[in-house]
Design a protein around this ligand. Structure first.
Ligand code: FRU
Length: 294
């Protein structure tokens, strides 16, 4: 039967409520459409570790030929990823890691590099290397994820060298969500007369902080930096002058699936595939929007 010829590939997505993940799913679905032999099963972890664990257990039972996973968090998904590996299913980890390296491949952006680029730009916005001055609010992504830690570490490689830069918050996580970042920023605004720059670990949080500042009438005094650069979100906000910059964090949807298919066809694949980034400011934002039909 034709059905039996299908390469059944499972993709366990962490959540679909965040716009970047919706784009990620679109990208993987578009890639799957180019491979008629592939049957792609996508599950939605609904932003809950337990749900995503159950999803992967289900995909293992369905005997997928390969498992792609973008985990909600590292620790909680490591067990079930190990189960898949033990069941001899080739695993491709996308965007956020797990605490094992026995998978076939990791595909994602270089969050350390992106954090560094954001930190370097923050220093520039605050007066330049050696002269930078200002109070910084950093809003973390999910604490249990490597991207948040790498985005933090890279940023601080630059800002910690500046004696004039002061960090106002200590490890405050908005869990990647705009509304949580709004609340963190609203409190920071109440507690601090002077805030010069906000670094959100993603664009929804940078934008949530911007909205809080706007509601407090202080958005003009503050620079906002985010990460993701979806054309209809971060890039648009930069173009509107709401964010000063965002850094592209390309979704690994298309590349992840291409790599898995390559592997299933018996070709060699790299252990790590790093997706490129790009700094987006007022200078290139409108061109990126146009290129994307906006
Ligand atoms: C979406 C998201 C993105 C971020 C990525 C990090 O869930 O929060 O905004 O860049 O995950 O893993």
């Amino acid at each position: 039967v034709a059905q039996d010829k299908k390469l059944r590939i499972g993709f366990s997505q962490a959540t679909t409520i965040e716009p970047w993940r919706a784009q990620f799913n679109k990208d993987i679905i578009a890639e799957a459409a180019k491979h008629p032999e592939v049957e792609l099963i996508i599950t939605d972890g609904e932003d809950k570790t337990e749900k995503q664990v159950a999803d992967v257990e289900n995909l293992i039972r369905q005997e997928v030929k390969a498992l792609l996973i973008s985990p909600k968090e590292s620790a909680g998904l490591t067990g079930v990823v190990t189960q898949a590996i033990d069941a001899k299913i080739p695993v491709f980890v996308l965007d956020r890691n797990v605490e094992t390296d026995k998978y076939v491949q990791f595909v994602g952006g270089d969050n350390k590099l992106i954090g560094r680029a954001a930190g370097e730009y923050a220093v520039e916005l605050l007066g330049g290397a050696g002269k930078a001055k200002g109070n910084v609010v950093e809003i973390w992504g999910g604490m249990g994820t490597q991207p948040a830690h790498d985005r933090h570490d890279g940023f601080h490689e630059f800002t910690d060298k500046e004696p004039g830069i002061k960090n106002l918050l200590d490890q405050q996580s908005g869990d990647w969500k705009q509304d949580q970042a709004y609340n963190i920023m609203a409190t920071a605004l109440r507690n601090n007369e002077k805030i010069d720059l906000v670094y959100g670990h993603n664009d929804p949080m940078a934008y949530g902080a911007y909205l809080a500042a706007k509601d407090a009438g202080r958005e003009k005094d503050i620079k906002f930096i985010g990460i993701d650069a979806l054309p209809g979100e971060g890039v648009t906000w930069v173009n509107n002058g709401e964010l000063s910059a965002t850094f592209l964090y390309a979704t690994p949807g298309a590349e992840g699936l291409r790599q898995a298919i390559k592997f299933l066809n018996g070709e060699k694949v790299e252990k790590n595939v790093v997706l490129p980034t790009l700094k987006v400011t007022k200078e290139n934002a409108s061109k990126i929007m146009k290129d994307n039909g906006l």
